[in-house]
Design a protein around this ligand. Structure first.
Ligand code: UDP
Length: 410
């Protein structure tokens, strides 16, 4: 497995990872989140955990589960952390705490014995308080744009997060007033996963045919859960404006995450908005449609991610890795990846997105150049090997931080 990464990144990067992993050999590491598929966190963990194992860590992935009120509550937390005022009723908060208590029963031994526990997002945050005999370091990993959280909800969540040994945010702007060290680690994509690996041209073409895309029209694509923060209606509006200026077709590809209860309502709104146009393709894909998404990103001319809030936006890195310029909402983690006028364009309105689509579709030379720069930018900054290096560095730091000298492997 490691050899395959060597082919992408070069031997030096892998050697560095081996050195950093040496003092962590056999360390028991547990990651906990609330869904095994759908959304960026599951996408990352699916790849990061086997890679940590390949470097000798005893790493596992646990998923907490709950009933509808739990997910309703945690979706409100998500919206609140992204700045929207939310009123969360006492019974929903009780469902949140009880669901964590119930999950803790089965997980307690594993978590208390682990050397490192990474708790992803607010869903499992109370687990620390439920594991009083914990031995290892606990890290809260927030994937959400928490730069301007709705204060009342953050005040509630903070009480669960304060006792952690450290927290990780994707951007410096997301860091909060917390009494422990905070680290900034951006997410990543796996260049060897089904979502991102090279695909034969035939397979890419076949996906276009299967989905009845017009082979004569350039494709503009947005891949995302049906979530209002991803602004799918704004994407349709942008497409409708662009269509008056240049021929194109739009693909909105999404699926549900099992911990996202709002998806169906948003999908229905999107279907209504797209109903009158045969060149808008609204796709509801199964959770394992990674190769289909890979092919869609490859057959597109432009990738859109017109989010209104975005913690990071793996779909941006995925599109860029396929050599596509990305037109992205000027927000959060999209700004890390889309360097305006260089790897794509940052936009603040459907009109802005429409004008950029028109520009790129008329200037194919610029589209190509931007796409190539986008791919190089992801190679340098957002591959899983960089992500693993930062996780290993953090773990070594937390284990040996007070020592003057740390011996890593040679
Ligand atoms: N994704 C998918 N199927 C879908 C929609 C999204 O596999 O129908 C993937 C997408 O390719 C990306 C991840 O889910 O890898 C979404 O991560 P992102 O950070 O863009 O957004 P999030 O859903 O975490 O807000």
């Amino acid at each position: 497995m490691i050899d395959a990464y060597t082919a992408v990144t070069g031997r030096g990067v892998i050697h560095h990872l081996e050195q950093l992993a040496t003092p962590l050999k056999g360390a028991r590491v547990v990651h906990v989140n609330s869904t095994r598929e759908g959304g960026g966190v599951a996408e990352i963990l699916r790849k990061l955990i086997p890679l940590k194992q390949a470097f000798g860590l005893d790493c596992r992935w646990e998923v907490i589960t709950g009933e509808a009120p739990f997910y309703q509550c945690t979706k409100s937390f998500h919206n609140a952390l992204q700045g929207v005022a939310q009123s969360i009723s006492a019974p929903l908060l009780e469902a949140y705490e009880q669901t964590n208590a119930k999950n803790a029963e089965g997980l307690r031994k594993t978590l208390e014995e682990a050397d490192f526990v990474f708790i992803h997002d607010p869903q499992p945050a109370p687990l620390l308080a439920l594991c009083p005999k914990r031995k290892g370091k606990w890290i809260w990993r927030c994937h959400i744009d928490a730069s301007h959280p709705y204060r009342r909800v953050w005040k509630y969540l903070k009480k669960w997060v304060v006792p952690y040994d450290a927290s990780i945010f994707s951007l410096p702007e997301y860091a909060q007033a917390l009494p422990h060290p905070q680290y900034v680690i951006a997410p990543s994509i796996d260049p060897l996963s089904e979502k991102n690996c090279e695909l034969p041209a035939d397979e890419v073409r076949a996906v276009g045919e299967e989905l009845n895309l017009d082979p004569e029209l350039p494709v503009v694509l947005q891949v995302s859960r049906y979530d209002r923060f991803k602004d799918p209606l704004g994407v349709i509006e942008a497409y409708k404006l662009a269509r008056k200026l240049t021929p194109l077709q739009l693909v909105l590809a999404g699926g549900g995450a099992s911990d996202d209860p709002e998806g169906e309502a948003v999908l229905n709104e999107v279907r209504r908005a797209a109903a009158d146009d045969p060149d808008v393709h609204v796709l509801l894909l199964p959770a394992d449609a990674h190769r289909t998404i890979n092919a869609l990103q490859r057959l597109s001319a432009i990738v859109l991610q017109k989010s209104l809030r975005e913690g990071f936006g793996l779909t941006v890195a995925e599109g860029m890795w396929k050599g596509k310029p990305v037109i992205g909402g000027d927000t959060g983690g999209i700004r890390l990846q889309v360097i305006n006028h260089y790897t794509g364009f940052l936009v603040r309105s459907p009109e802005g997105a429409a004008l950029r689509m028109r520009y790129l579709l008329h200037r194919r030379d610029m589209l190509e150049d931007m796409g190539q720069r986008a791919r190089r930018f992801v190679r340098e900054n957002y591959l899983i090997t960089r992500h693993l290096r930062e996780y290993l560095t953090l773990m070594v730091g937390l284990l040996y931080g007070s020592q003057e000298r740390i011996e890593v492997g040679i």
